[in-house]
Design a protein around this ligand. Structure first.
Ligand code: MN
Length: 365
């Protein structure tokens, strides 16, 4: 299914009220409006400095002359303006902001919505709005198709990771990481959604550990947290495995507490619920079991074009859950100097019964 950019532009136009245009400058938003299929860091989507959606007329993108060629070829936007410092190269101006100012003037655009503050001087009145950021929180079918493909790849990565870690005595975290990345790379993923995290033994006590030369030991809990991009959209999944396949009684107990917290939070992911209740459901259970201060981060976040998107699911977030939001549910318990457990799923809001999209095994044997 092709990405329907026109629908996105229309939705923005219909929420402009008295404004003449919407101007996006946040990289996730310019990609969303012009070239969703490219992963971040990949031109042209991420190199568009600005995307203008006028109330009347077609969208306009502003990019550097370096990316202009690729932009013309790949972007959903036909009108591309370019900038460069080099006088010999043909362009519409020396800087992106100069081109933006001129373009707004030429099109008689005086009042705009922006997704992020831009210094435009007095001739243009700009008002910041989270409209596009929030619009991206609700996924459409063209997006879900890509998200599901990304998840399928990281699920396969987790099946592979489980076997590798359980039989991986003496492998280093770095070795485990490259094996998993290579496995998923051979399956044709665009790229990883972030640097694959392999955190073993005491290193698993740090929620965002970076991979080291530590060798896996029998009985270690090993947190494996990664995701992939597929046609511009990402996945994010965490599983915790035990080297040798047998957790100690204590770790098994903690594992099942985290698993239950994951289930309780997922259950709260229903339309019209408030997002802090999603966090609260799992957190209260973990507190009751005596590990309240070992759950050191929020329960989850939206994901899609970017790995962290609106909405965030924390103890204080007040976002009202809407149908077709795609979020992670990722409670964890971290014991300093000993290790930790995190179990993260990607979940789609679906009326009153959330759909767990990630399928990789998470029950303890
Ligand atoms: Mn995550």
């Amino acid at each position: 299914m092709e990405i329907n950019y026109k629908r996105r532009w229309e939705q923005i136009r219909s929420n402009l009220y008295d404004k003449d245009a919407f101007v996006a400058s946040l990289p996730g938003n310019t990609r969303y409006l012009g070239n969703s299929e490219a992963p971040p860091g990949c031109p042209p989507g991420s190199t568009m400095n600005y995307v203008i959606i006028p109330k009347k007329g077609e969208p306009i993108a502003i990019t550097s002359s370096l990316e202009e060629h690729r932009c013309r070829k790949e972007s959903a936007i036909d009108e591309i303006k370019s900038w460069t410092h080099y006088p010999d190269i043909k362009s519409d101006g020396k800087t992106s902001i100069e081109v933006l100012k001129n373009t707004l003037k030429e099109n008689n655009i005086e009042k705009i919505h922006v997704d992020n503050k831009i210094k435009l001087g007095r001739s243009v009145k700009s008002t910041a709005t989270p409209f596009v950021t929030e619009m991206r929180g609700v996924k459409t079918n063209d997006e879900l198709e890509r998200i599901k493909k990304a998840i399928k790849q990281s699920d396969a990565g987790q099946d592979f990771a489980k076997n590798l870690v359980e039989s991986g005595k003496n492998l280093t975290e770095k070795e485990v990481r490259v094996e998993i990345d290579y496995f998923m790379g051979r399956r044709g993923i665009q790229e990883n959604s972030f640097t694959t995290i392999i955190a073993s033994g005491p290193n698993a006590a740090h929620s965002h550990h970076s991979n080291t030369d530590r060798q896996l030991k029998i009985g270690d809990p090993v947190i494996c947290d990664f995701g992939v991009f597929w046609e511009g959209y990402c996945s994010d999944i965490t599983r915790t495995y035990f080297v040798g396949g047998e957790p100690s009684k204590k770790w098994a107990e903690i594992y099942n507490i985290v698993l239950e917290a994951n289930r309780l939070s997922t259950e709260q992911l229903t339309v019209e619920n408030t997002s802090h209740k999603v966090d609260n459901a799992g957190r209260k259970f973990i507190q009751k079991k005596g590990y309240g201060r070992n759950f050191v981060h929020g329960t989850g976040h939206g994901f899609g074009l970017e790995i962290h998107e609106f909405p965030s699911l924390t103890y204080k977030s007040k976002t009202i859950i809407k149908d077709s939001m795609a979020v992670t549910i990722e409670p964890g318990i971290y014991i300093p100097d000993k290790g930790g457990i995190r179990i993260e799923d990607d979940v789609l809001v679906n009326g009153k019964s959330p759909t767990i999209l990630t399928k990789a095994e998470k029950e303890l044997y």
